[in-house]
Design a binder for this molecule. Structure first.
Ligand SMILES: [Zn+2]
Length: 229
């Protein structure tokens, strides 16, 4: 880059000249006030060294001005041909190993996808066999102290939405589903062991199902057992 102190605009040169003249006047005036004789000597000396003084003062004022001009006018630096020919940054070069390059196009995070799937396939919190029909939901009868069996409205679907019958088994109301089957809560099983008893339209015992997800409980069917008339 060239010497910035020499690249002054005409306005800057004029300002520097003006400053130099002012400085010279102040110096000459101060010396003249000291004594008349000295003033003459000083004036002669100033007259003699006029050219040298101007150059010196101009240099003193011009250096910071030029420095400021370079700072505030960066386009003067950008005109440098070598600077313009340089690559913007070596790290943008794919052949450079300084910056890790993506090995393949962006793909959804596999962990997030697995988590989403896992959330949808959450095991039933009651029987653990089936899937939770309402992911994130924990039936309140699971945590009741002392343990209790589900209320008719706490099963999924709620038994009390079915047709209510006059039958009661061990204190539990029997409901008739739209498909003709009969259901009632098993009052002998509580907490995570809760069950709903299922009967066909003729009142024959089909077995027990999970009150939360409806999954049949293996080995719960009692042959010959019937819904009481
Ligand atoms: Zn279940």
């Amino acid at each position: 880059m060239g010497e910035p102190a020499l690249q002054l605009s005409p306005a800057e040169e004029e300002a520097a000249d003006q400053a130099a003249k002012t400085l010279r006047l102040i110096q000459g005036g101060g010396e003249a006030a000291a004594s008349g004789e000295e003033a003459v000597v000083a004036a002669e000396a100033a007259e003699a060294g006029w050219a040298a003084e101007v150059v010196e003062a101009a240099a003193i004022v011009a250096a910071p001005l030029a420095f400021l001009a370079v700072l505030l006018w960066p386009s003067s630096v950008a005109r440098d041909e070598d600077y313009l020919k340089k690559p913007i940054s070596a790290s943008n070069d794919p052949n450079t190993k300084a910056v890790p390059q993506p090995s393949s196009p962006a793909q959804p995070c596999p962990d997030a996808a697995a988590k989403e799937k896992e959330k949808d396939e959450e095991p039933c919190p009651v029987c653990i066999r089936g899937l939770n029909p309402v992911p994130g939901y924990r039936p309140p009868y699971l945590y009741a102290v002392p343990p209790r069996c589900p209320k008719d409205y706490e099963t999924i679907p709620p038994l009390n939405l079915y047709k209510r019958t006059n039958k009661i088994v061990h204190g539990a109301r029997v409901y008739e589903a739209p498909n003709g089957n009969f259901y009632h809560v098993d009052t002998f099983h509580k907490g995570s062991a809760s069950e709903v008893e299922e009967y066909d339209r003729r009142g024959r015992h089909l077995g027990a199902i999970c009150p939360n997800c409806g999954t049949p409980i293996p080995g719960s069917q009692v042959p010959g057992r019937r819904l009481p008339d």
